[in-house]
Design a protein around this ligand. Sequence first.
Ligand SMILES: [Zn+2]
Ligand SMILES: [Zn+2]
Length: 138
Amino acid sequence: MNSASTDKLLSGECFCGAVKYQINGPLGDAKSCHCSRCRKAFSSQASASALVVPGTFNWTAGAENLTSYVGGHGFGFQFCKTCGSTLCTVYEGAVFQIMLGCINGDPDIEIGHHIYVGSKAGWEKIPDGVTQYKENKI
Ligand SMILES: [Zn+2]
Ligand SMILES: [Zn+2]
């Protein structure tokens, strides 16, 4: 299982293509979070994200088309204003996690663990054989 990707130039974009980015560095700690907050934030059963190395992430188009939602403790999300894709999470204004769904092609990383499975939706069936934590991975 890959827990860290190889060092290559990755790109990604939102659903409508207005916002594009590049990552010139490895991704790390790919995970899926099943908490009730991620369920609302991503309108889905879970989030899927990976850490980016600070300084390796750049918006290459449409940065002016981003809007943000910042919740408590300085953590937030950035979205395309046109299509609503959630592209990344931010902490105090800096990108620190990329949402895997908007990456183009194969980023050479696999979700290594599923967290907050203890608060997953009743309608979600977690596949057998994946690494699960009831709450956060310690
Ligand atoms: Zn868009
Ligand atoms: Zn979560």
